[in-house]
Write a protein that binds this ligand. Structure first.
Ligand SMILES: Nc1ncnc2c1ncn2[C@@H]1O[C@H](COP(=O)(O)OP(=O)(O)OP(=O)(O)O)[C@@H](O)[C@H]1O
Ligand SMILES: [Mg+2]
Length: 155
């Protein structure tokens, strides 16, 4: 299993490029296999602990990260996740950006709907993730790829 930081420049998403460029402290992890999903869960849990998130918020963040990591692998054909620590003066947080160069999502609104799946899942991943995060953003371009960004703040 390779955990070397992947080159993110081939992920064309402006969302990802912008976030990665702004990040003062960021970590890029590959998402090409189930082992990588496990490693991402572990890394997110460690960041959440460092941020002193409550146990409930740790679980929310790790659950959201798992769902997005699985989507990146299953529908995006693999990709990367950028973990970035945030500080806005008042509070600290963690932003996760999941990016792939897969087919993109033709209808984001439909994909967010609970119960919609194109792959025989439950169709709860994206909608659930949106509810678990403090901030949620999808940048998807058909034929180019998808980037999903979530933020969890320590309050
Ligand atoms: N990275 C992605 N690239 C392309 N399509 C995606 C991506 N992520 C999600 N989708 C599309 O959005 C749909 C809904 O995703 P969601 O995670 O909500 O459900 P699911 O993965 O199908 O099922 P579940 O996550 O509940 O097992 C997917 O079925 C797929 O069509
Ligand atoms: Mg899913």
């Amino acid at each position: 299993m390779s955990l070397a930081s992947p080159d993110i420049s081939r992920y064309h998403s402006p969302l990802l490029t912008r976030y990665a460029a702004q990040a003062e402290l960021h970590q890029v992890l590959p998402l090409e296999s189930d082992e990588h999903v496990v490693a991402v869960r572990k890394a997110v849990r460690e960041h959440a602990l460092e941020l002193k998130l409550s146990l409930v918020d740790q679980t929310k963040l790790v659950t959201a990260a798992s769902e997005l990591a699985r989507n990146t692998l299953k529908y995006g054909g693999g990709g990367v996740v950028v973990l970035e620590r945030l500080a806005d003066g008042l509070r600290k947080g963690l932003r996760l950006v999941f990016a792939d160069t897969g087919p993109g999502i033709a209808d984001v609104e439909l994909a967010l709907r609970d119960g919609y799946t194109s792959g025989g899942g439950l169709g709860l991943g994206l909608g659930g993730t949106k509810r678990l995060a403090d901030d949620f953003h999808i940048d998807s371009r058909p034929g180019e790829g998808t980037a999903v960004a979530i933020i969890k703040w320590k309050i």
